[in-house]
Design a protein around this ligand. Structure first.
Ligand code: BGC
Length: 455
């Protein structure tokens, strides 16, 4: 640790991706289809009908991509496994070629001194399991634990950082309540049930890991601080409800073994009477919390919105292409909040990044993205603030290494440190990638110097 930076020794400087968003070749070498393969091939579900059939072609270009990471100086890389590459039917027979792919990738990362953090589930449920009810079927907990065991056995000798599930809240909010993500349901009654099974599956995988695992395992959640739009009681109550739904909902069961009070108030008649002993089993000690942070919301009461609240923008704040506002201080707030509510626990920022408009091509072999450079500097300073205030932050993963398939928005949004020309698959490190390389090389020292945000 250098004195002026305050990033602890051993702090991991990483970048993140997920399987369906970058790999392409979703059915290659015996893999089974996932719900995202099915969803993106259903007319009308994604931007211009785009799919992850090719994406960044990482399934074939993985070696080149590891060199890219090495060139950036990354010390860690967060990737996810495709469940249906490993188990084409979601359960039963293992596909050795799927395992080989990840095994080779992990070996190469380690050769390049890049520590892998492996997420077991980043939204791509095997379609064969969805046919059996997917996350709505109680049995999914056993299916997931079995799959986790396959992954631990195959990679656990080399991978020592595991995340069970990426963002249970988004999976159910977007996938089961609002229907914009796979499997595309819109059902108030289903969303809490799928959510409950996701958390039960998470806990089952943690228990499975404890049997033999030699490393650390945690859960990845997206946190969004909520600020009431005014001090009118209905806005204050709306912000509290949104906070309960978006923040307390996933971590209270994990740390306290119960859902926060007032979930009925969020879901109304959609909130089921979960058996308390069932919820209690979600409380399984974890080694870290993975925090994905993109924005903070200003919330107001909105009787017309499905859950009775909506967010409004802050005039003057910079807005990303996703419509999310840039609020770096919200990241400090989110990190502090974890410790305040759940006690001191190691934290990784498992995703943080921004989609700003970049051209489809980078003809000069360079690409200036000053807004993203600025975004990273300000958010890394926000992480540093949290560390200075006592939060045990162990690492930071930029989202994302590469421009990629941004779910139902297809290729219309670019989050990468590295630009991808989707016609040629050419990779070009953006200015933000070069900046992050410097951050890593100076262990955060360069953050002390201002950067220009002029586009
Ligand atoms: C997800 C990523 C996604 C990012 C930007 C996160 O919720 O984990 O897969 O690309 O947000 O939308």
């Amino acid at each position: 640790m250098t004195e002026q930076t305050t990033f602890p020794q051993g702090f991991l400087w990483g970048a993140a991706t997920s399987a369906y968003q970058i790999e392409g070749s979703p059915l290659a070498d015996g893999a089974g289809p996932s719900i995202w393969h099915r969803f993106s091939h259903t007319p009308g579900r994604t931007h211009l009908g785009q799919t992850g059939d090719v994406a960044c072609d990482h399934y074939r270009r993985w070696a080149e991509d590891v060199e890219l990471m090495h060139g950036l100086g990354l010390g860690a890389y967060r990737l996810s496994l495709s469940w249906s590459r490993l188990l084409p039917e979601g359960r039963g027979a293992v596909n050795p070629k799927g395992l080989d792919f990840y095994s080779r990738l992990v070996d190469r990362l380690l050769e390049r001194r890049i520590q892998p953090m492996v997420t077991l589930y980043h939204w791509d449920l095997p379609a064969a399991l969805d046919d059996r009810g997917g996350w709505l079927n109680r049995d999914v907990v056993d299916w997931f634990a079995d799959y986790a065991r396959v992954a631990f056995e195959a990679l656990g000798d080399r991978v020592t950082l595991w995340a069970t599930i990426n963002e249970p809240w988004v999976i159910t909010d977007a996938g089961y309540l609002f229907g914009v993500n796979a499997p595309g349901h819109r059902n108030l009654f289903e969303a809490p049930i799928a959510f409950h099974h996701l958390l039960r599956a998470h806990a089952a995988a943690v228990r499975a890991y404890r049997a033999n695992g030699r490393g650390k395992i945690g859960l990845v959640v997206n946190l969004e601080p909520k600020v009431p739009a005014s001090d009118r009681p209905e806005d204050v109550a709306a912000a509290a409800r949104d906070d309960r739904y978006n923040n307390l909902y996933h971590l209270d069961p994990v740390f306290f073994g119960r859902y926060p009070d007032g979930m009925q108030d969020v879901f109304g008649e959609g909130w089921p009477a979960f058996a308390p002993e069932d919820v209690a089993r979600i409380r399984e000690p974890i080694d870290f919390v993975g925090v994905n942070y993109y924005t903070q919301r200003v919330v107001r009461h909105d009787a017309k919105a499905p859950l009775g609240f909506s967010s409004q923008s802050v005039p003057g704040a910079l807005t990303m292409e996703t419509g999310w506002q840039v609020v770096p201080a919200g990241l400090t707030r989110a990190l502090l909040w974890v410790g305040e509510r759940y006690g001191k626990v190691p934290v990784y920022v498992t995703e943080n990044g921004a989609a700003f408009a970049d051209p489809a091509r980078a003809p000069e072999g360079r690409l200036d993205d000053p807004l993203r450079v600025r975004y990273y500097r300000d958010h890394l300073l926000a992480v540093r603030d949290a560390i200075q205030q006592g939060v045990d932050v162990r690492g930071y993963f930029a989202w994302s290494l590469l421009d990629n398939f941004e779910w139902s928005r297809g290729y219309s949004l670019r989050f990468g440190l590295v630009h991808v020309d989707f016609d040629t698959q050419r990779r070009t490190v953006k200015a933000s990638g070069n900046y992050y390389r410097e951050v890593i090389a100076t262990h955060g020292g360069v953050l002390a110097e201002p950067v220009s945000a002029a586009p």
